[in-house]
Design a protein around this ligand. Structure first.
Ligand code: SAH
Length: 245
């Protein structure tokens, strides 16, 4: 089944953008996923096709109108569309690799991109939007955020990555960052590849990688470890006896 993305945006020409290249681009050509855009401007009001208005209560900038957004979202999906509807916004829940895996395993996504000061809040409840944030940064629009989310999903679709990169050992899986990587040359300026990696001792390589993944995560992202421990403690205890013999 084709994984299908529909993007509601003021800038449809930004898609598929970088995702027309490399692995995602090949998968797009192969029909593994589909990328449709719905141009917000087509639903604009009046002679000037207005999509925004001034913020209620005052303040700088403009806000995307809820009626215009609703019409565009309704055009992007039909009532029995099973795809989740996402709104890219700094006010959303931080995106995680776990959520990306769920999205990639589903039928696709309808993605709404904000612009200017953002969107009229009422659209969130009116169209049941899941608010997604891609990091504690402020972008100028939702398009680059949507492209990041799409890239993360598409690389996980069946057949997109080679079997060698199944993703099982990557950063954020099991609450850890990945171990650091090296390749030739053996010596670069005054830095050498850690000897264990070229020792040919697979067991030692495994142990070194596990240790570095733990050590680096502790140092750089202790929040990942605590999140994983919290998730672990919420998991139901397996009372089946753990054996099927
Ligand atoms: N005034 C808003 C920021 C608007 S930025 C605020 O302070 O919360 C304009 C648009 O860019 C947003 O509507 C959203 O669609 C997108 N955007 C900006 N930063 C983002 C982020 N970190 N994650 C997801 N979308 C983001």
């Amino acid at each position: 089944m084709t994984w299908s993305a529909s993007i509601v945006t003021l800038f449809p020409e930004m898609f598929p953008g970088p995702l027309a290249h490399s692995l995602a681009g090949k998968a797009l050509e192969a029909g593994t996923w589909r990328c449709e855009t719905v141009a917000l401007r087509d639903f604009g009001l009046g002679k000037h096709k207005a999509v925004d208005d001034t913020p209620s209560g005052g303040g700088p900038g403009m806000v995307l109108r809820t009626d215009v957004l609703a019409a565009a979202i309704d055009a992007a999906s039909n009532p029995d569309d099973q795809r989740p509807r996402l709104l890219m916004t700094p006010r959303g829940k931080p995106l995680t690799q776990a959520r990306v895996r769920e999205l990639a395993a589903g039928p696709g996504a309808v993605i709404v991109c904000g612009r200017f000061e953002g969107v009229d809040e009422r659209i969130v409840a009116a169209r049941d939007l899941e608010e997604v944030c891609i990091g504690d940064i402020v972008l100028s629009g939702g398009e680059v955020a949507a492209l990041s989310l799409l890239d993360a999903c598409v690389r996980l679709l069946p057949g997109v990555m080679g079997a060698a990169q199944s993703g099982a050992q990557e950063s954020f899986e099991h609450g850890l960052l990945e171990y650091p990587q090296y390749t030739r040359p053996q010596q670069f300026e005054d830095a050498e590849i850690p000897a264990v990696l070229t020792s040919g001792d697979h067991g030692a390589v495994e142990r070194w990688r596990t240790e570095r993944a733990l050590q680096d995560t502790r140092k750089r992202r202790p929040d990942l470890l605590s999140r994983e421990m919290a998730a672990e403690s919420r998991r139901p205890i397996d009372k089946s006896g753990g054996s099927d013999v």
